[in-house]
Design a binder for this molecule. Structure first.
Ligand code: 5GP
Length: 194
Protein backbone atom coordinates (compact mmCIF):
# COMPACT_ATOMS: atom_id res chain seq x y z
CA UNK A 1 0.00 0.00 0.00
CA UNK A 2 1.34 3.42 -0.89
CA UNK A 3 1.99 5.72 2.07
CA UNK A 4 0.53 9.21 1.81
CA UNK A 5 3.10 11.93 2.59
CA UNK A 6 1.85 14.18 5.35
CA UNK A 7 4.44 16.95 5.61
CA UNK A 8 6.40 19.12 3.15
CA UNK A 9 9.56 17.23 4.16
CA UNK A 10 7.96 13.86 3.47
CA UNK A 11 6.63 15.15 0.14
CA UNK A 12 10.09 16.41 -0.85
CA UNK A 13 11.63 13.10 0.18
CA UNK A 14 8.91 11.25 -1.73
CA UNK A 15 9.88 13.13 -4.92
CA UNK A 16 13.56 12.33 -4.43
CA UNK A 17 12.72 8.67 -3.71
CA UNK A 18 11.81 8.28 -7.38
CA UNK A 19 15.52 8.62 -8.22
CA UNK A 20 16.60 5.97 -5.72
CA UNK A 21 17.07 2.44 -7.02
CA UNK A 22 17.75 0.71 -3.73
CA UNK A 23 18.21 1.72 -0.10
CA UNK A 24 21.58 0.32 0.99
CA UNK A 25 21.72 1.58 4.59
CA UNK A 26 18.67 2.61 6.57
CA UNK A 27 18.55 5.52 8.98
CA UNK A 28 18.52 3.06 11.92
CA UNK A 29 21.53 1.11 10.61
CA UNK A 30 23.51 4.31 10.14
CA UNK A 31 22.52 5.57 13.60
CA UNK A 32 23.63 2.30 15.23
CA UNK A 33 26.98 2.20 13.43
CA UNK A 34 27.74 5.87 14.13
CA UNK A 35 26.99 5.25 17.83
CA UNK A 36 29.48 2.35 17.81
CA UNK A 37 32.15 4.46 16.14
CA UNK A 38 31.57 7.22 18.70
CA UNK A 39 31.91 4.75 21.53
CA UNK A 40 35.14 3.34 20.14
CA UNK A 41 36.66 6.79 19.60
CA UNK A 42 35.60 7.90 23.10
CA UNK A 43 37.40 4.94 24.59
CA UNK A 44 40.53 5.17 22.39
CA UNK A 45 40.95 8.93 22.87
CA UNK A 46 40.10 9.33 26.56
CA UNK A 47 42.24 12.17 27.96
CA UNK A 48 43.48 13.25 24.51
CA UNK A 49 40.89 15.91 23.53
CA UNK A 50 40.79 14.91 19.84
CA UNK A 51 40.02 17.33 17.03
CA UNK A 52 37.76 15.96 14.30
CA UNK A 53 38.53 17.40 10.89
CA UNK A 54 36.33 17.08 7.81
CA UNK A 55 35.89 18.37 4.29
CA UNK A 56 32.70 20.23 3.40
CA UNK A 57 30.04 19.50 2.49
CA UNK A 58 29.23 15.79 2.26
CA UNK A 59 30.63 14.85 5.64
CA UNK A 60 28.68 17.48 7.61
CA UNK A 61 25.86 15.09 8.59
CA UNK A 62 28.14 12.24 9.61
CA UNK A 63 30.43 14.65 11.46
CA UNK A 64 27.64 16.16 13.54
CA UNK A 65 26.16 12.75 14.46
CA UNK A 66 29.59 11.31 15.24
CA UNK A 67 30.44 14.31 17.39
CA UNK A 68 27.27 13.79 19.43
CA UNK A 69 28.08 10.10 19.83
CA UNK A 70 31.44 10.93 21.44
CA UNK A 71 31.33 11.16 25.20
CA UNK A 72 34.73 12.75 25.89
CA UNK A 73 35.79 16.38 25.23
CA UNK A 74 36.07 16.76 21.46
CA UNK A 75 36.18 19.58 18.89
CA UNK A 76 35.57 19.79 15.16
CA UNK A 77 36.82 21.88 12.26
CA UNK A 78 36.23 21.92 8.51
CA UNK A 79 38.14 22.48 5.31
CA UNK A 80 36.75 22.95 1.81
CA UNK A 81 38.38 21.86 -1.41
CA UNK A 82 37.82 22.38 -5.08
CA UNK A 83 38.92 20.25 -7.99
CA UNK A 84 41.36 21.67 -10.54
CA UNK A 85 39.24 20.05 -13.24
CA UNK A 86 35.66 21.23 -12.55
CA UNK A 87 32.93 18.74 -13.34
CA UNK A 88 35.25 15.79 -12.87
CA UNK A 89 35.03 13.86 -9.66
CA UNK A 90 38.67 12.84 -9.76
CA UNK A 91 41.87 14.75 -10.17
CA UNK A 92 44.01 16.99 -8.04
CA UNK A 93 42.39 19.15 -5.40
CA UNK A 94 43.07 22.61 -4.01
CA UNK A 95 42.21 23.89 -0.52
CA UNK A 96 39.70 26.73 -0.76
CA UNK A 97 38.97 26.93 2.97
CA UNK A 98 41.54 25.97 5.53
CA UNK A 99 41.02 24.91 9.13
CA UNK A 100 40.30 27.72 11.57
CA UNK A 101 43.00 26.60 14.00
CA UNK A 102 46.57 25.31 14.02
CA UNK A 103 46.79 21.55 14.51
CA UNK A 104 50.38 21.14 15.65
CA UNK A 105 50.59 18.81 18.65
CA UNK A 106 46.88 17.89 18.44
CA UNK A 107 45.31 14.47 18.12
CA UNK A 108 43.51 14.65 14.79
CA UNK A 109 40.84 12.35 13.45
CA UNK A 110 40.16 12.97 9.80
CA UNK A 111 36.49 12.24 9.20
CA UNK A 112 35.51 11.29 5.65
CA UNK A 113 32.18 10.36 4.06
CA UNK A 114 33.33 8.06 1.24
CA UNK A 115 36.82 6.87 0.43
CA UNK A 116 36.87 5.78 -3.20
CA UNK A 117 40.20 6.06 -5.06
CA UNK A 118 41.70 7.48 -1.86
CA UNK A 119 43.37 10.29 -3.82
CA UNK A 120 41.48 13.10 -2.05
CA UNK A 121 42.17 11.59 1.35
CA UNK A 122 45.83 10.93 0.49
CA UNK A 123 46.35 14.55 -0.50
CA UNK A 124 44.64 15.91 2.61
CA UNK A 125 46.48 13.56 4.96
CA UNK A 126 49.82 14.68 3.50
CA UNK A 127 48.78 18.31 3.99
CA UNK A 128 47.78 17.71 7.61
CA UNK A 129 50.78 15.55 8.46
CA UNK A 130 53.10 18.35 7.35
CA UNK A 131 51.61 20.52 10.13
CA UNK A 132 52.97 18.28 12.89
CA UNK A 133 49.91 16.86 14.69
CA UNK A 134 50.56 14.58 17.68
CA UNK A 135 48.62 11.86 15.87
CA UNK A 136 46.45 11.50 12.78
CA UNK A 137 43.89 8.75 12.14
CA UNK A 138 41.03 8.35 9.69
CA UNK A 139 37.37 7.65 10.38
CA UNK A 140 35.43 6.92 7.17
CA UNK A 141 31.73 6.20 7.05
CA UNK A 142 31.98 4.36 3.72
CA UNK A 143 34.91 2.47 2.26
CA UNK A 144 34.66 1.73 -1.47
CA UNK A 145 37.75 -0.30 -2.25
CA UNK A 146 37.27 -1.41 -5.86
CA UNK A 147 39.00 1.57 -7.50
CA UNK A 148 41.52 2.36 -4.75
CA UNK A 149 44.63 4.03 -6.17
CA UNK A 150 46.25 5.47 -3.04
CA UNK A 151 47.05 3.42 0.03
CA UNK A 152 45.22 5.16 2.88
CA UNK A 153 45.06 3.99 6.48
CA UNK A 154 41.45 3.82 7.70
CA UNK A 155 41.34 3.15 11.43
CA UNK A 156 37.58 3.56 11.96
CA UNK A 157 35.31 2.29 9.19
CA UNK A 158 31.52 2.53 9.15
CA UNK A 159 30.57 0.28 6.26
CA UNK A 160 32.08 -1.29 3.18
CA UNK A 161 30.39 0.02 0.08
CA UNK A 162 30.01 -1.79 -3.25
CA UNK A 163 31.08 0.05 -6.39
CA UNK A 164 27.89 2.10 -6.62
CA UNK A 165 27.21 5.82 -6.62
CA UNK A 166 25.25 6.52 -3.47
CA UNK A 167 23.36 9.53 -2.13
CA UNK A 168 21.67 10.58 1.09
CA UNK A 169 22.85 11.28 4.65
CA UNK A 170 24.88 14.24 3.34
CA UNK A 171 25.98 12.67 0.06
CA UNK A 172 24.72 14.48 -3.01
CA UNK A 173 24.26 14.16 -6.71
CA UNK A 174 24.50 17.66 -8.20
CA UNK A 175 23.69 19.12 -4.76
CA UNK A 176 20.47 17.11 -4.41
CA UNK A 177 19.52 14.14 -2.22
CA UNK A 178 21.69 15.22 0.73
CA UNK A 179 18.79 15.44 3.15
CA UNK A 180 17.54 11.89 2.70
CA UNK A 181 18.02 10.21 6.08
CA UNK A 182 19.20 6.91 4.55
CA UNK A 183 21.86 6.05 1.97
CA UNK A 184 20.69 4.69 -1.35
CA UNK A 185 21.83 3.90 -4.82
CA UNK A 186 20.79 6.26 -7.62
CA UNK A 187 18.92 4.81 -10.56
CA UNK A 188 21.18 4.53 -13.64
CA UNK A 189 18.81 6.76 -15.63
CA UNK A 190 19.31 9.59 -13.11
CA UNK A 191 23.06 9.27 -13.60
CA UNK A 192 22.53 9.27 -17.36
CA UNK A 193 23.78 5.69 -17.66
CA UNK A 194 20.57 4.10 -18.95
P1 5GP B 1 38.28 9.72 -3.87
O1 5GP B 1 39.32 10.80 -3.96
O2 5GP B 1 38.51 8.77 -2.73
O3 5GP B 1 38.15 8.99 -5.17
O4 5GP B 1 36.89 10.43 -3.73
C1 5GP B 1 36.29 10.65 -2.52
C2 5GP B 1 35.21 11.68 -2.65
O5 5GP B 1 34.40 11.43 -3.81
C3 5GP B 1 34.25 11.62 -1.47
O6 5GP B 1 34.67 12.48 -0.43
C4 5GP B 1 32.94 12.04 -2.08
O7 5GP B 1 32.86 13.45 -2.08
C5 5GP B 1 33.03 11.58 -3.52
N1 5GP B 1 32.37 10.27 -3.69
C6 5GP B 1 32.94 9.06 -3.89
N2 5GP B 1 32.00 8.10 -4.02
C7 5GP B 1 30.81 8.73 -3.91
C8 5GP B 1 29.44 8.26 -3.95
O8 5GP B 1 29.13 7.08 -4.14
N3 5GP B 1 28.47 9.21 -3.78
C9 5GP B 1 28.76 10.53 -3.59
N4 5GP B 1 27.73 11.36 -3.44
N5 5GP B 1 30.03 10.99 -3.54
C10 5GP B 1 31.03 10.10 -3.70
Amino acid sequence: METVPTSPLQRAQGDLMRGIGKVLFTEAEIRRRVAELGEQISSDYAGLDPLLVGVLKGVAFFMSDLLRAITIPVRMDFMAISRYAPGQGKGPVRLVKDLDQPVEGQHLIFVEDVVDTGLTLGYLLRTLRARGPASLEVCALFDKTEHRLAKVPIKYRGFDLPDRFVVGYGLDYREEYRHLPFVGELRPEVLGLA
